[in-house]
Design a protein around this ligand. Structure first.
Ligand SMILES: NC(=O)c1ccc[n+]([C@@H]2O[C@H](COP(=O)([O-])OP(=O)(O)OC[C@H]3O[C@@H](n4cnc5c(N)ncnc54)[C@H](OP(=O)(O)O)[C@@H]3O)[C@@H](O)[C@H]2O)c1
Length: 275
């Protein structure tokens, strides 16, 4: 327990130092980023990080307006620039509605970085998944990013970035999340395909695959024994934090990643590396 507290203290300190370094850098100054599901969890960490790097961030959310406003307030308190807007994904016409809501709030023109992060869990062995649940998971996790990209391409500037949040469940079998894993597999193939399509415009398209990250999507982590078990998936013996993913996204969003496209970057703390 003491060891874990020490480790968490040290990680907090390291996060603070990284944040300070980034504030000095401002490598995304002048760029606009849209983060779907930016109100909470991994999306919030991505929004904060891209804003700390200098981007103006559009924080998308589904229903939790308070959380979205908290994300924007945190960005502004740190000297950054952001706005929030609401669109439910996974329903007919969602991509059109998202861009309309974005356009109503966005004062500048165009977009430089699109992060498809919003997603929902889809538990169940294959025989436990209903057709309706399958459709919902695919509608939010796979279909929405597809059409958000399709309908956003005229806004995305040449040289821009598309970053899709996938999951480590596509690399190691997770039978308890059959439909979810399949939906993320679809996102990864879309990533590869679009990297080829959009290369002529200098747009990079990459995926990031987190392992188990401590967010609201995992209410079971409130149980210390379950959390300790999940920590054991990583070679670092801890569960991931949203920042662990956001920092990888920030790299892909930056000029440093200009020569990286069509890739799926693992951010799982070495989960499932071997026996
Ligand atoms: N946490 C993990 O261990 C983990 C691991 C691998 C991959 N991922 C992936 O990472 C992404 C973020 O996960 P998270 O753990 O940060 O989740 P989270 O804490 O549950 O947050 C989900 C975010 O997505 C938004 N969202 C959910 N359903 C939506 C819908 N139907 N329409 C529009 N927005 C919706 C939520 O908006 P509201 O706040 O308005 O509800 C919220 O901002 C997901 O794609 C997930 O599959 C997570």
């Amino acid at each position: 327990m003491e060891r874990q507290e020490r480790q968490e203290r040290q990680e907090r300190q390291e996060r603070r130092e990284r944040q300070e370094r980034r504030e000095r850098q401002g490598r995304l100054t002048g760029r606009t980023a849209l983060v779907t599901g930016g109100s909470r969890g991994i999306g919030r960490a991505i929004a904060l990080r891209l804003a700390a790097d200098g981007a103006r961030v559009a924080v998308h959310y589904a229903a939790n307006e308070t959380a979205a406003k908290e994300t924007v307030a945190a960005i502004e308190a740190a000297g950054g620039s952001a706005f929030s807007f609401r669109t439910e994904l996974g329903v007919p016409g969602d991509a059109d509605a998202l861009w309309q809501a974005f356009d109503e709030q966005h004062t500048g023109d165009g977009l430089d970085i699109l992060v498809n992060n919003a997603g929902i869990a889809g538990p169940g062995l294959i025989h436990e998944v209903s057709e309706a649940d399958y459709d919902k998971v695919f509608a939010v996790n796979a279909k929405a990013p597809f059409f958000i990209i399709q309908k956003g391409l005229d806004r995305l500037r040449d040289g821009g970035r598309i970053i899709n949040i996938s999951s480590g469940v596509t690399k190691v079998a997770f039978p308890g999340m059959t439909s979810y894993a399949a939906s993320k597999g679809a996102v990864e193939v879309l990533t590869l395909t679009l990297a080829q399509t959009l290369g002529s415009r200098g747009i990079t398209v990459n995926a990031v695959s987190p392992g188990t990250i401590e967010t609201d999507i995992h209410p079971w982590m409130a149980d210390p024994a379950a959390k300790a078990h999940a920590a054991g998936f990583s070679v670092f013996d801890r569960v991931g934090q949203p920042d662990d993913v956001a920092d990888v996204v920030a790299f892909l969003a930056s000029d440093d990643a200009r020569w990286v496209t069509g890739q799926n970057i693992d951010a799982s703390g070495g989960s499932g590396l071997g026996v």
